[in-house]
Design a binder for this molecule. Sequence first.
Ligand code: 3HC
Ligand code: NAI
Length: 707
Amino acid sequence: MSIETFGPVSSTRQGQVAVIRIDNPPVNALSEPVRSGLVAAFAHANADAAVKAIVLTGAGRAFSAGADITEFGKGRSGPMLFDVINAIEASPKPVVAAVNGLSLGGGFEIPLGCHFRVIANSVKQLGLPEVKIGVLPGAGGTQRLPRVIGVEPALDMITSGAPIDAAKALALNLADAAIDGDVVVGAVAFANELITKGAGPRRTSELTIDTSKLAPDLFDKRRAALGRHPSGPVAPRACVDAVEAATKLNFADGSKREVELFMECLATPYAKALQYAFFAERQAGSIPGIGPDVKTRDIKSVGVLGAGTMGTGITLAFLQAGIPVTIVEMKQEPLDKGVARIRETIEANVKRGRMTAEQGAMIAKSLTPSLDLNSLATADLVIEAVFESMAIKKEVFGKLDAICKPGAILASNTSTLDVDEIAASTKRPQDVLGLHFFSPANIMRLLEIVRGKATASDALATAMALSKRINKVGVVSGVCFGFIGNRMLESYGEEVQAMLLEGVTPAEVDKALESWGWAMGPLAVMDLAGIDVGWRIRKEHAISDERRRLYRVTDAIADSGRFGQKTGAGYYTYGSDRKRVEDPGVTAMFRAEAAKQGIEPRNGIPTEEIIERTLLRLVNTGAELLDEGIALRSSDIDTVYLNGYGFLAWRGGPMWQADAMGLAKVSERIKFYEKKYGERWKVAPLIERLAKDGGTFSALDKAKAKA
Ligand code: 3HC
Ligand code: NAI
């Protein structure tokens, strides 16, 4: 069997069928050489008189993950994907897509441009996720998909960006066949049948869309329903506009409209931020000095100590990833309660269709509750989630050290305590690290992986690999109070308190920040998480007089037993529907305290100032963390904020925002506030240094990566 190669695209002949294969690891992204290769391979197959039909597939685990995102914004070279797909569709010989693996974005638009689609039953991800990176399908997807599956299902897929699996594709008439076994063999057989039947091409662009049953206000309603879309204000709307164009214009004109909308979206800051966030998340997985040569440890079973809020969430995260867990408590009652909570969540997931009853039963079976610490002797990893007290943690780690097998990783979920001090209570500090989960731990994607002074490289690499297995985004942090996320949050929270004392109301702060780019305002978040959490920490830790002064009213609110939603009142009051209701009593408390502190009340604070002050406090502390080496890169800090703190991805993250503002301006504004408010606004030396040389955080990241 002879193989012709066209760069990363190859073509072999199996009888009368040419099998064209994209081979561009790891995910067959459609970079320029692939696009050129496809054009050449199709021209070659179409010119070969012995070829009567063509099968197109991908090598490895992907059919294709779509356009090469790294090429965006770099200027065009080679054929456009749009033209490549049109050329495939124009092929005079029938073209069958053999969808062997994930097929996303442009990598899904190609099968839509093929005449027939045979999909492997094992494929889990088919779809158009472009909206998630701030654009819309720009290679004919918005015009072809409604022609294949109908307008409403196409709108659902394109505006959500959510993938479907092979079974759903079959149900939607997207697949001509969904098969087990080798999909290329199946597709070649399918192509041979076409040849026998004398079937010609079936071009999607020539299909008509039945609009007779569409509600006249369908598109307006869809636009109105987009609300606070996670992809920001432009791309989701453009997705609806493009599908609407498919129903009103012919294929050529609709496609032109699609390209215009694509270019509009691509130029927005939201698209740039979302694409940055995509790569930032992947970049977080690479740790300087830890290459592929570092062998990770085998993690087949996990022990969790403590069945409270965090212990149960952590247990669920592992069980759902198919990793068995032994959960240990001191007493029967909290153990029973925790196990009941875990079982209820599994049952609820089955009811909601997130897993089958069999999967639920299997997961539940892989949980072993215990009151005996010795049952952790064989665990490969033990995560401690007991009370936040250094004395208790040290005692627990001392015991774990004696019980656990050699090489087991011992992790703490502490949110504030010194991981090095905890590690020092064992004789194996190299096996100790922090695994800082966020509540609810089975849902929140962020996992801060805290590297102690003595943490071994392979223990860290194991934790990073594990974060992927349990569907989390792992970000490495050094040891400091609050690690990356909470240390920055302290500065942010402080500034919010300062503004409340200056006369803005909690609702005004929350509204300003939610309208800008936070999933939830800071005071609503504190009410949700419990005002008592920070109140306890401020009681037990030495904090600056400034911070104590700023938090005086909040501490008084907590003193009065108002802990937030769980007590029905905090900064707001809550009825049975859990909706926030403003409380004039709280505003009055801030007014009275401000008068005592001699703070002149302002008549509200402009939204821009609320946004700027909170953002710059985050950025300033972020810069300190970079200088101290606690955070490895600014993109890690953004990844923490996007995945653990509700900073919306289309805003890129605080450090990304600072770069967009320009660090000279950032420095100037921080100094302005320092003059006004003093020490808490002292500008971070790193910002000064970068501002002086016209630098950016992202250029610093790149320079570090090269070094
Ligand atoms: N372009 C460039 N690189 C890509 C890429 C893409 N479309 N998709 C993935 N990669 C890279 C990743 O950056 C990563 O590189 P690294 O190893 O150097 O860090 C590598 O491929 C593997 O990716 P993941 O680590 O994310 O692997 P996973 O198995 O976890 O996920 C995936 C695979 C589901 C394909 C995920 O990477 C993904 O969602 N990719 C983006 C898909 C997408 O958005 N496609 C649409 C592109 S836009 C488009 O097609 C426009 C068109 O309409 C014109
Ligand atoms: P929790 O109070 O809900 O649960 C702690 C559990 O540990 C209790 O059930 C208790 O009975 C058990 N326990 C105490 N000592 C034990 C021992 N020696 N052996 C076995 N079990 C023991 O506390 P929560 O909120 O789950 O916090 C646990 C840890 O997670 C703390 O270190 C906390 O700082 C950290 N954390 C908490 C977050 C949160 O949002 N609640 C977020 C991130 C970290």
